[in-house]
Write a protein that binds this ligand. Structure first.
Ligand code: NAD
Length: 293
């Protein structure tokens, strides 16, 4: 059984991020560091846990974090006012809006308000369109991007492979399908209406489970050559488990553990996107200055 652990992947991305930040600060002789703003409504336990992880990763990377925490009852107008404020601030490079938003805030409306160029978790549908269009100036949601980074780090080629993705959400399943397609995989997306999930799973060379149902994919469905990425985060008997039941999995199968797999990589991917915005901004502003001379 080979575990595809997330930590070495996250550490390698962090090293790359640090190197980019330091080279830009040196090149332009600047003190300014990249800044991520987090916009959170209420105090959901999952949001708070992710926020702690994100802050720790940003700190290791040398990225400043500003958390804007709003009351659970905050109205849509007040939320939009805060978001627009962050959009317009020059010292904020990336914005992460925790989702889902409470029901009284219309997410379909809000998603178009986040500045496309600061939208580091691809909340704005414009960034999803850019992904479909293979336009690399856009952003990709962190979790599917983390899946791709894990495959890259462990040298697992995607081109020509039969990739089966379980889950079709806008945050994980759909963007991941396009990332895989853009790398020339043959992609099947499964969901709750898929007629024979076991057959689809048996056919997979790369399997990504992102359904959010504890250990419902049985180990014996998974072929021994299959690479498995388990995105699911579920609690079962007080324990954190994925969507894959690994108890009967063939010992040759390579898979990401839960915890310590995909989830461990998402914040470093988030950091990479913040660095991308900041670097572009620094390059553009200093190039402008030198043009003036
Ligand atoms: P979601 O509920 O929005 O979507 C789940 C998808 O799975 C749906 O498209 C649904 O059709 C499909 N699905 C559900 N049960 C199924 C079943 N029994 N058979 C086939 N398809 C089924 O969830 P999401 O936001 O996409 O997240 C999916 C999982 O990934 C959750 O467990 C979530 O906690 C986890 N997650 C993990 C990370 C991470 O960093 N590791 C990040 C985001 C989400």
């Amino acid at each position: 059984m080979t575990l595809l652990k997330g930590k070495p992947v996250a550490d390698a991305i962090t090293e790359e991020n640090i190197a980019v930040i330091e080279s830009i600060r040196k090149k332009y002789n600047i003190k300014r560091r990249p800044t991520l703003a987090i916009l959170r409504v209420g105090s959901d336990e999952n949001d708070l846990a992710y926020e702690r992880g994100a802050k720790s990763r940003m700190e290791k990377t040398g990225i400043e974090v500003e958390v804007v925490a709003l009351d659970a009852e905050v109205g849509e107008e007040e939320y939009l006012k805060k978001l627009r404020g962050l959009n317009s601030r020059d010292d904020v490079d990336g914005i992460l809006c925790f989702r889902p938003l409470p029901k009284h805030i219309d997410e379909d409306k809000v998603q178009y308000e986040i500045s496309e160029s600061k939208d580091v978790d691809a909340f704005n549908p414009v960034n999803l369109i850019k992904l479909i269009d293979k336009d690399e100036s856009g952003f990709v949601p962190c979790t599917p991007k983390a899946v791709m980074e894990i495959l890259k780090y462990y040298g697992i080629k995607v081109e020509g492979k039969r990739v089966v993705i379980i889950g079709r959400s806008n945050v994980v399943g759909k963007p991941l399908a396009f990332l895989m397609l853009n790398k020339n995989a043959t992609v099947t997306i499964c969901h709750t209406r898929t007629a024979d999930l076991e057959r689809e799973v048996k056919n997979a060379e790369i399997l990504v489970a992102a359904a959010g149902s504890a250990e419902f994919v049985k180990g014996e469905w998974i072929g021994k050559e299959t690479v498995v990425l388990d995105v699911g985060i579920n609690f079962k008997d007080g324990k954190l488990v994925g969507d894959i039941d690994t108890s009967n999995i063939d010992e040759d199968v390579k898979f990401t553990p839960v915890p310590g797999g995909v989830g461990a990589v998402t914040t470093s991917v988030l950091a990479k996107s913040v660095v991308k915005v900041w670097k572009k901004k620094m390059d553009e502003s200093f190039d402008e200055v030198s043009d003036d001379f």
